[in-house]
Design a protein around this ligand. Sequence first.
Ligand code: MLC
Ligand code: AMP
Length: 490
Amino acid sequence: MIEILERTKDFKHKTALLVEGKEITYSYLHSQSDLIASCLLGDKEDLYEEPIAFLIEPDDKYIYTLWGIWKAGGMAIPLSLSAKKEELEYCISDTKAKRIICSKTSKVNKSLLKIKNLDLVFIEDLHLKEIRKLPDLDSERKAMVLYTSGTTSRPKGVVSSHKNIFSQIVVLVEAWQWEKEDHIPLFLPLHHIHGIINSLLCPLYQGAKVTMLGSFNFKKLSEEMMKNDFSVFTAVPTVYFSLLENLKKNTNRELIKRFKKMRLMMSGSAALAPEMHKKWQDLTGQEILERYGMTEIGMALSNPYKGKRRPGFVGTPLPKVEVRLEDENGKEINAEGVAGEVLIKGPQVFKEYLNQPQKTKDSFTDSWFRTGDVASIEEGYFKILGRDSIDIIKTGGYKISALEIEDALLKNKKIKECAVIAIDDVKWGEIIGAAIVTKDKEELNLGEVQEWCNKYLSDYKLPRKLLNMDDLPKNSMGKIMKTKIKGLFS
Ligand code: MLC
Ligand code: AMP
């Protein structure tokens, strides 16, 4: 049984989604996803974890598709709408998906999907009069693959079972006290857990309402804020930065009042600077609740819903999540103020990296998942200090591998050597910096480098600064970065 699907059937005629002013009920979500499941099944009784990719804009059709795949017993692979052909081809061949669902009305360039042995299925064509018998599903069944970057040049497919996803949802519903009266604006991308689990599935699990805005846009969000009584808000720190920038220019006191009225505002996916926490509190009176999570583990640490929310800290372990810190010799750290790697255990932890048994094995010690994040504990609260790999960059809440960008750069015949590193930035958390040595001292400016990379990589993976030695920070991180780009400038 898939808990979220069973439970949401009870919410029947209640509004689940608001899309461009259109109200969609829970019953409608179910009837549409039943039809999609029936079509996907065809003559089969069960898809038995067939990987089905989809590239659907973040509106009601996204939910019909996700639930339709699940109901038919398939494994859903939501892909990024901003991905380039190379990126899509990689995910599709890695998952061995034979079918990809797309919408006729989508702005996605369909020619990107002309991939060998791949059937392009349009959601508009998935209509049957009759709903077939849908399979009975076990919660251990693989449900979803999300691609995440790491210390390798290609992203890894994180496979979660229905049980993992359910465990991720129930913990948050309890910890953050989701209610059926809640209403949340959704503007985060739907190929990552922050958007999928925190903004979409948690409210639906509890019978609440989600207004789907597509993507983050200040004007659109403010208009919706003036029309609706949103009660919960979740975003990455870059969004709070943009809100503060825009609200500085905006004299609409009523809009600020609307933020003031919400019952819960949260931040995560990257560190929220304490100054930003303070500025937001000064402006709106809201104490942002910061939490820590990861694609492989869902949410693990959170400041309390009731109780002290400490700026610069990510709180304590969520219910049923075990968290420990380990030193480099694998010894548990119990003392306060000592830095160590964060290890996580619990029912919400993912099943495996797709087709990568060795990588899966290497990322666990006993049954503890090694996050690669470094933290310490102060007065009982966890503080994220950084990561143990210099090759992981977090920009605008997106995790990016420096090696993936270096690979794209090195495809350029003018480039002899390069090194990509993260540079601190107040708005984006980090921006991507690239140090480049060209062949025969040819000139290459930032625009040309971006244009080149954009052939292979999504917009958010583009280098934003060309670096030389003087750009490196003078602190210990600068020293580590120097090692990475050693030799380039000699
Ligand atoms: C875009 N731009 C950047 C950039 N991305 N500049 C520097 N660094 C970047 N990373 C530039 C664009 O080129 C453009 O420039 C301008 O900024 C506006 O671009 P945009 O794409 O329109 O930006 P915006 O819509 O403001 O998007 C920002 C954002 C988006 C923060 C809303 O990046 C986003 O949705 N991020 C969320 C990612 C996410 O969900 N992560 C969760 C992963 S799960 P110009 O010159 O054209 O104006 C996870 C687990 C957990 O981490 O714990 O949650
Ligand atoms: P992703 O792989 O995209 O799911 O990103 C997960 C990573 O985001 C974690 O491993 C952390 O490095 C980072 N992260 C998430 N939440 C926070 C937070 N509140 N503070 C600092 N880093 C965070």
